[in-house]
Write a protein that binds this ligand. Structure first.
Ligand SMILES: [Zn+2]
Length: 391
């Protein structure tokens, strides 16, 4: 297993560092108050963190209204390292590079058929190009996390229903090719980590992703819950219609055979008897209020609501973020889903549109890189949302 040379493992140092990372700026005295460590200990730890390039001083600040001088503020040295994220679907690969505070360096999306034969080379080429562009910074690339639309356990891909990535040991191959820490994680889990890093109000969050498949990422008391074998939140394979459509998971009538983006486009094509119709055609037909399409979307909302309520009933979250191209195009469905909930015992739960949309899993991958590199449990971003979503 790859080990970072610069990793810090001493508990008090981690405590101090996590206080610095999770705030735009903070003083030594404030860290002492927040952690309960005495001032001399904090000063010594901070001295070492500065020496090792994790932290920089900003200030001294302005004088306070009482006339005293504002103490020197500390902040994470965000440009000391770069995090790299990928999201891989059967038909697309997305890439995000950020500094340590999550600030975007580069974001690209390429429509391309992805499979076990081209994934290692595709990722390696992009990372090697990035290495050259980043140049000589203290930590270089801190980690590469790949978001997988399938089941991942212990850095191994175990099930990818719509392509064959499970047939190779992607983590080991990338580690060999790049000599960097490589993390593989389920797309919905990463999306949940991202929503949690941007939502500083809630500790119990579900991120419900509906793309080629359907999955939920579950944050309980501020921590990602993966389950025993990485199968928590596999809501796409809960049964909606017994004896319904066959699913690659081995069951019949699974939710994702009716409500994934792929499935809803197929339902629209079947309705019209035309297999060349696309997602955009479906949206246009909805906006033109064609009655059969309106009925199809209403049926979708009912089915989707059942899947949603099943997962809400299991985990009792405060908020559910929906990450779906369809609900981005038809945002009024969010109100309809909240209306369904309001008639149940789950009326205290709020359903919201994802804060990050198609970038969610990529920012979640950034969170995972930071958690692993810095050995911290919680990462909170305080970024300008307009900048996050531009480009
Ligand atoms: Zn299934």
């Amino acid at each position: 297993m790859f080990k970072m040379k610069n990793s810090i493992r001493e508990n008090n140092s981690l405590l101090v560092l996590s206080e610095i990372i999770n705030r735009p700026e903070v003083s030594r005295a404030m860290i002492s108050e927040l952690t309960g460590l005495n001032k001399a200990t904090v000063s010594e730890i901070v001295r070492r963190l500065i020496e090792d390039n994790y932290v920089i001083e900003i200030g001294p600040g302005k004088s306070t209204s009482a006339g005293g001088r504002r103490p020197i503020q500390l902040t994470v040295n965000k440009k000391a390292g770069v995090s790299i994220s990928f999201d891989v679907r059967y038909d697309r690969i997305s890439y995000l590079a950020t500094y340590l505070d999550g600030e975007k360096l580069e974001y690209t999306v390429e429509e391309k058929e992805m499979n076990k034969d081209n994934i290692v080379e595709t990722i390696t080429d992009i990372v090697n190009t990035a290495k050259g562009e980043i140049g000589d910074i203290p930590f270089g690339i801190i980690g590469v996390t790949v978001s997988i639309h399938g089941i991942v356990h212990d850095n191994k891909i175990e099930f990818t229903p719509y392509f064959n990535l499970n047939e190779i040991d992607l983590g080991s191959k990338l580690e060999e090719a790049l000599d960097l820490p490589i993390h593989l994680e389920n797309e919905a889990n990463l999306s949940a980590l991202a929503e949690s890093a941007f939502d500083n109000e809630h500790q119990n969050i579900i991120s419900f992703s509906a793309h080629t498949g359907i999955g939920a990422g579950i944050i309980l008391d501020g921590k990602l819950y993966r389950g025993h074998k990485g199968r928590s939140g596999e809501v796409g394979h809960t049964v909606l219609y017994p004896n319904g459509k066959a699913c690659p998971c081995g069951n019949q009538g699974c939710l994702e055979q009716y409500c994934s983006t792929k499935a809803i486009v197929k339902r629209y094509q079947d309705l019209r008897g035309n297999s060349s119709l696309t997602f955009d055609d479906l949206i246009e037909s909805y906006h033109q209020k064609e009655s059969s399409t309106l009925n199809l979307i209403l049926q979708f909302a009912k089915d989707f609501g059942i899947g949603l309520m099943n997962v809400i009933g299991n985990y009792d979250p405060e908020v559910v973020y929906i990450n779906s191209e369809l609900l981005e195009e038809i945002p009024e469905l969010i109100s309809l889903l909240n209306h369904y909930l309001s008639m149940t015992i789950y009326k205290h739960v709020v359903i919201k549109q994802s804060l990050l949309g198609k970038r969610a899993s990529l920012y979640g991958a950034t969170v995972l890189n930071l958690q692993e590199f810095l050995h911290v449990d919680n990462v909170e971003f305080s970024l300008n949302m307009e900048k996050v979503l531009e480009g």
